[in-house]
Design a protein around this ligand. Structure first.
Ligand SMILES: N[C@@H](CCC(=O)N[C@@H](CS)C(=O)NCC(=O)O)C(=O)O
Length: 231
């Protein structure tokens, strides 16, 4: 049965940028699975509505739609049990549920105000208008005003990564000696930023920077080969 993945792109259909789609991309690679990418844009909601979603990632396994990155990770783990494990057992799955929330709130949520103003430049006119209106409503101010505070904001963001930083001082990956879905949850946010923004999120001497480098090189450089900024 074939796998197909709807992934968020802008004007460049070969530049997928969603943090959640990157979690799924890395999870598929970890399992040694290949999915055909279906480029999807913000204003193409009609194409995924029949699969029961307004957002991506949406994975199709044959005709079966699987929606939402955490649900997809669980699906892949259970549908392909003989492949490398994403969670490392039931304890890992349970703990990663919390890490998934930390990834959404602290990592994706922390990065968002730092790079949001760079995103419309990657989008076509209708998508850019949709993105600006929906995100400015969420942020409560214009994207440019949010961006004007980012030099200060990034200091707080870096500090918020201490739990990750301290862990990486004693092990190369959140998964231990090798990466697993814990790493992909967090890495998805950094890859999103790298694809859409030249803004420097991490200092080069940060253990988190070295970890990001290792994940950029994982799976034969899957993430590094995808178009992005050198950050
Ligand atoms: N919790 C969901 C979040 C998915 C999500 O927010 N996807 C964004 C792309 S990064 C989206 O499709 N947004 C559509 C929109 O804003 O209309 C997941 O982990 O899959």
């Amino acid at each position: 049965m074939t796998l197909k993945l709807y992934e968020l792109v802008g004007t460049d259909g070969g530049r997928p940028f969603s943090p959640y789609c990157w979690r799924t991309r890395m999870a598929l690679a970890h399992k040694g699975l290949t999915a055909n990418s279906i480029p999807w844009r913000f204003t193409e909601k009609a194409s995924i509505a029949p699969h029961g979603s307004e957002k991506v990632p949406v994975l199709l396994h044959g005709d079966k739609p699987v929606v939402e990155s955490w649900v997809i990770a669980n699906y892949l783990e259970d549908a392909f049990p003989d492949r490398a494990s994403l969670f490392g057992g039931e304890g890992g799955r349970a703990t990663m549920r919390m890490l998934n929330w930390w990834g959404d709130i602290a990592v994706v949520g922390g990065i968002f105000p730092l790079i949001a103003a760079d995103i419309p430049g990657h989008l076509g006119e209708a998508d850019a208008a949709y993105f600006r209106a929906s995100r400015e409503a969420r942020l409560g101010r214009p994207l440019e005003e949010v961006a004007s505070m980012r030099d200060k904001g990034v200091v707080n963001f870096r500090k918020s990564l201490d739990p990750l930083r301290l862990t990486l001082k004693t092990q190369p990956y959140l998964g231990g000696d090798a990466p697993n879905y814990a790493d992909f949850i967090v890495f998805g946010g950094f890859q999103w930023a790298r694809v859409v923004s030249p803004f420097k999120l991490l200092e080069a001497d940060d253990p988190v920077y070295a970890w990001r480098e290792r994940l950029l090189d994982a799976f034969d450089g899957l993430a590094r080969k995808s178009p992005g900024f050198a950050v």
